[in-house]
Unconditional design. Sequence first.
Length: 50
Amino acid sequence: MQEVITFACTECDRKNYTSQKNKKIIKDRLELVKYCKWCKKHTKHKEEKK
Ligand SMILES: [Zn+2]
């Protein structure tokens, strides 16, 4: 039940990272602080809604 999810920068909205999660176990949308090469800094990245 692993699904590929995409993380988008909350400042520029670009999709910078992909990951996988098991939607049966993790029901919340994930948030990560990651480096955005477009913003050139660490920003919050949110899981994209499909
Ligand atoms: Zn960005």
